[in-house]
Design a protein around this ligand. Structure first.
Ligand SMILES: Cc1ncc(C[n+]2csc(CCOP(=O)(O)OP(=O)(O)O)c2C)c(N)n1
Ligand SMILES: [Mg+2]
Length: 406
């Protein structure tokens, strides 16, 4: 086994195929992390499982006859009509916002958002705790799209969730100079984007950094009667991130430090920029998978890149180029999407609108908690505040090994 796959395996657990394929209502609440292994992924979504956990654990990734069969059959699979449930519609809204923005810009990466839309949907609609009207709320869950090229996924999610930074006009300005929706995510451009990503592997390394910050602050400031630092870090990483050494180094540390509140999803679509990953990447990244709560979690989700596109799904041609008008039409036809570009159906809008009130409630609940903490532990509260605001403590310059000239 390659050293790098060992590093990732320290952080690994996987969904059982049966859990991954079970279709449950989006109204189910998912407790994390103890029941993360039962997180259900809707079947309509383009997610599929290609092997059992035990066979995955021992089978190296090579172009086998069965894999070739999967590759050739997946385009047929994507021809299946989706059902008309609201979640289905909502997931397709994410897909078409990405398709339309890339089409309008005539550049970008539609394949990842089309394949990962269900994952993103589950995270932003069911799992994560955030306040769209205050992207900087201290105790929010963090999300990092390590495969930054697929950023239309993140922009579409922020848009649906109600972030003011990504309005319809911003989606229409995707990849334009000075827009809020650059071609790779930039944390200083777009409130809601936590980390600038683009160089593959950097995002997961930053996610490890965010998770260790959470763990450190929790250890430093939480009290037996007041858990004020308490949030998760989620990350989606792709094949390209897995190939980068830094991902393995960072995940090795995450495993060593036991960052149990780091949950990463590996978009295992076996396609990268130039073709099938089998041509260059045959590691088994989920070896020794085991569900544990004192270690970070890596969930391998097998997806179809460009899901829904009848002629381009499951191929590198959908990785980094607009689908083209003809294929966009064919995809609209295939997924039963009658709407004009950038349209968000009313019922989908309504479904997502609850996040504004829910997010505000989450933040004010935390504010009350912090107010109580402040009364009991004034010094700690002041220090945490200054850390959160990026203010250095009085006398910080005295710790420097040289004198500051003014
Ligand atoms: C360090 C680094 N090397 C190369 C690139 C250029 N690049 C952008 S996306 C990509 C392929 C990524 O493949 P994958 O993660 O499988 O994404 P998918 O094709 O599944 O969307 C490459 C090589 C990059 N962004 N960063
Ligand atoms: Mg890939």
């Amino acid at each position: 086994m390659a050293a790098s796959s060992f590093a990732l395996s320290q952080a690994a657990t996987t969904l059982s195929p049966s859990a991954a394929l079970r279709h449950e209502s989006s109204t189910n609440t998912t407790q994390l992390p103890s029941s993360i292994s039962t997180l259900s992924i809707p079947t309509f979504s383009g997610l599929k499982s290609t092997s059992t956990p035990s066979s995955r654990a021992v089978t190296p990734r090579r172009v086998s006859a069965s894999r070739r069969h999967i590759i050739s059959s997946a385009a047929v699979e994507s021809l299946q009509k989706t059902d008309t449930s609201l979640v289905d519609k909502s997931v397709n809204t994410i897909r078409f916002l990405a398709i339309d923005a890339v089409e309008k810009a005539n550049s970008g990466h539609p394949g990842l958002p089309m394949g990962c839309a269900p994952m993103g949907h589950i995270l932003y609609d069911e799992v994560m705790r955030y306040n769209p009207k205050n992207p900087y709320w201290f105790n929010r869950d963090r999300f990092v799209l390590s495969a930054g090229h697929g950023c239309m996924l993140h922009y579409a999610l922020l848009h649906l969730a109600g972030y003011d930074s990504v309005k319809e006009e911003d989606l229409k300005q995707f990849r334009q100079w000075g827009s809020k929706t650059p071609g790779h995510p930039e944390n200083f451009e777009t409130p809601g984007i936590e980390v600038t990503t683009g160089p593959l592997g950097q995002g997961i390394a930053n996610a490890v950094g965010l998770a260790v910050a959470e763990k450190h602050l929790a250890a430093r400031f939480n009290k037996p009667d007041a858990k004020i630092v308490d949030h998760y870090t989620y990350c989606i990483l792709g094949d390209g991130c897995q190939m980068e050494g830094i991902a393995n180094e960072a995940c090795s540390l995450a495993g060593h430090w036991g960052l149990g509140k780091l949950i990463a999803f590996y978009d295992d679509n076996h396609i990268s920029i130039d073709g099938d990953t089998e041509i260059a990447f045959t590691e088994s990244v989920d070896r020794q998978a085991k569900a544990v709560t004192d270690k970070p979690t890596l969930i391998k989700v097998t997806t179809t890149i460009g899901f829904g596109s009848p002629n381009k799904a499951n191929s590198y041609s959908v990785h980094g180029a607009a689908l083209g008008a003809k294929e966009v039409d064919a995809t609209r036809q295939n997924l039963g999407w009658p709407y004009e570009p950038f349209h968000v159906p009313e019922d989908v809008k309504k479904h997502w609108s609850r996040h504004t009130a829910e997010g505000a409630a989450l933040e004010s609940e935390w504010n009350v908690k912090f107010g109580e903490y402040e009364k009991k532990y004034a010094e700690d509260a002041a220090e945490l505040k200054s850390i959160a605001d990026g203010v250095l403590p009085n006398g910080w310059e005295k710790a420097l090994p040289f004198e500051l000239s003014t």
